[in-house]
Write a protein that binds this ligand. Sequence first.
Ligand SMILES: *Cc1c(COP(=O)(O)O)cnc(C)c1O
Length: 396
Amino acid sequence: MYNDYQQHLVRVLSEIREAGLYKNERVIVSPQGAEITLDSGQKVLNFCANNYLGLSANARLVEAAKKALDTHGYGMSSVRFICGTGDLHKELERKLAGFFGTEDTILYAACFDANGGVFEPLLTEEDAIISDSLNHASIIDGVRLCKAQRYRYANSDMNELEEKLKEAQAQRFRLIVTDGVFSMDGNVAPLDKIHELAARYNAMIMVDESHSAGVVGDTGRGVTELYNLKGKIEIITGTLGKAFGGAIGGFTTGKKEIIEMLRQRSRPYLFSNSIPPLVAAAGIRMIEMMTETNELQDKLHFNTGYFMEKMVKAGFDIKPTRSAICAVMLYDAKLSQEMAALLLEEGIYVTGFYYPVVPKGQARIRVQLSAAHEKEHLDKAIASFTKIGKQLNVIN
Ligand SMILES: *Cc1c(COP(=O)(O)O)cnc(C)c1O
């Protein structure tokens, strides 16, 4: 049997390769940061990590994690409701609720699980989920697991959202679902308008703050802060794997009855292990650091503004953004790969994205800014982009 199947896999894999869609992994041998070392020995500046606040190798987080290893050991060997709930898990849940101005929080192994486990316990075939077309894969999968009626609106298209809300009046409860920041363009969901429509058409809202928590809003509380809607959104999901330290872990935070129901019925919570205490301990320290000072957010906002301004001045076509994602538009798939490869030779690590990750003819290099970047890192990246951009006739 395996012979036939093996041949089948070899054929499909070579099709993926021939289509130029094969994903190769570069190996990093240093901690994650602005400057990293590849296994070839090459040192490069990293502009493609979700390390928005530069916390991935932060000394205070490492210290908190090490301390928790001594006081709480390595693993919990249980799901939360049997014997996997530690004091550190409870404290992190409280701290996250405090940070977002919500009532309660439930932790998951990843935001992929938070999104996978949020819809099915809360909604039935009598209800409606109205979802942005560019929502993250984990939201799409989570919606598939739920029996609610599904509606989809084009990315941030408020006319279409309104149409779908009208159609969904037939259902009992309605939930609008959107990413806070969309990862390919870096655009922010128009949560103010979504909130108005939700009020008019009697719907609840869920926002996935994975790319916006720690990043968007003056103090990094995400799109709910940007639009002054703190405490007014029923469900927020997010990750500890991006700005919040970059390790692992996800959460759902919001109305307390919703969180209570998820603790009873959410399958990835009930049937998957608790996060390690050391991750919870570092998460607690991370929230404390963000409550003490706004330094990292301020630096990230400065870096993003500085980079965007200089790149536009150099002649690049940049998508407008309010996040730390900067899409350098090239429109041509091959060009995006060529440019990323030449930039790597210059010591700038960025990734080119093209169809099917972005729409056809919308190829780009996605730059992600970080509070870990110093001005000289930004200047080096801008100089390299300018040099290679001229070489490839992207700019004059
Ligand atoms: C990264 C991301 C996730 C997944 O988060 P993990 O904690 O890595 O599973 C979910 N939603 C969005 C919008 C993301 O960007």
